[in-house]
Design a protein around this ligand. Structure first.
Ligand code: GLA
Length: 333
């Protein structure tokens, strides 16, 4: 049968021999985008609802209602959930950081045991520590309130606690600018040191907030090679491809130019071809959203500028980028 005329099989089924296809969901899109989710994705990540500020806004005040709904959605469909994220400097309430090292460590312990323990056996992997590495300059670690309050071993501590709370979960270190040569060397150094010390870090998450023109295929491959050399699992955890170049243009159009969508499709084709090459080490590729009507990039890095970074358009129709990703693999029969 001519593949171009075959009904487009769900993306996750097409990629079943390669890696999971995931999407970030939130309390709204879990319902409003349920049809696309069910058809094309076999892993979900909470966009915000499992972050500290959402799940434990006040000491010992846990808000599990929405995360539980997400877990039930995934369990009912037999798909996976990535837990995101336990220890981060953003979206974490100020009370977490007041006091000394012992207090911070105790709050971390209670938080991780409560959250990881609740979803033990259901969340197959956790982003235990998010964005601990510094972007530029000489320091390896970012100057964060965790580092200030607990010292460098806050990272090892978090992984040990998560491992204790669910020994079967795959534990990830997750970061952005992960293909930048300077930063990837630091991420590699950090995770390598942790593993030599026996800390249970099992994977590196490449966020993948990318653009049409960057990072280069060469940097993507070099990063995957470097991280894989540590013997860890890899996931692309937050993939989106902005059609804008940083802060340009300053104001957005209402609709994307068709030419831009074609360039984006070529870019997605290039990226997924690389991911397929690395399927022996990549376990999942998660898009940071489902369709272009709900994307954080509408407000970043320019507030109120429309972006179209995902595989489905604002009306939930497949974009050229979807076709490009789907075309890379034979439909499951
Ligand atoms: C980082 C975090 C994500 C999300 C994005 C922006 O990448 O890891 O949880 O907050 O920023 O949406």
């Amino acid at each position: 049968m001519d593949e171009a005329h075959a009904a487009p099989a769900g993306l996750w089924k097409r990629y079943a021999g390669h890696f999971r296809i995931g999407a970030a969901v939130n309390r709204r899109t879990l319902d409003s985008h349920a049809r696309l989710l069910a058809e094309h994705f076999n892993s979900i990540t909470a966009e915000n609802e499992m972050k500290w500020g959402s799940i434990e806004p006040n000491p010992d005040d846990f808000r599990f209602e929405v995360p539980d709904r997400m877990a039930a959605f995934a369990t009912a469909r037999g798909i996976g959930i990535r837990g995101h994220t336990l220890v981060w400097h953003n979206q974490t309430p100020a009370w977490v950081f007041s006091g000394g090292r012992m207090e911070l460590a105790e709050r971390m312990r209670r938080h991780i045991q409560a959250v990881v323990g609740r979803y033990r056996g259901r969340i197959y992997c956790w982003d235990v520590v998010n964005e601990a590495v510094a972007d530029a300059g000489g320091d390896r670690l970012r100057a964060s309130p965790w580092l200030e309050g607990m010292g460098e071993d806050y990272i090892a501590h978090a992984f040990q606690l998560a491992h204790g709370a669910d020994p079967d979960a795959t534990l990830f270190y997750n970061d952005y600018n992960e293909t930048d040569p300077g930063k990837r060397a630091k991420i590699h150094g950090l995770v390598g040191d942790l593993r030599r010390e026996g800390v249970p870090v099992h994977g590196i998450g490449l966020q993948g907030h990318w653009r049409l023109d960057a990072p280069s295929a060469r940097d993507i491959r070099a990063s995957l090679d470097l991280y894989a050399s540590l013997g860890v699992r890899l996931q692309v955890t937050e993939l989106d491809v902005s059609v804008h170049a940083g802060r340009e243009p300053a104001a957005g159009a209402a609709e994307p130019a068709p030419e831009l969508l074609e360039r984006q499709a070529e870019r997605y084709a290039e990226i997924f071809a690389i991911f397929r090459e690395y399927r022996a080490v990549i376990d999942a590729v998660t898009l940071w959203g489902i369709a272009d009507d709900a994307t954080w990039l509408d407000n970043f890095p320019v507030r109120g500028r429309k972006d179209w970074p995902l595989l489905f358009d604002t009306h939930h129709r497949p974009k050229p980028a979807f076709a490009a990703v789907a075309r890379g693999v034979e439909p499951a029969r």
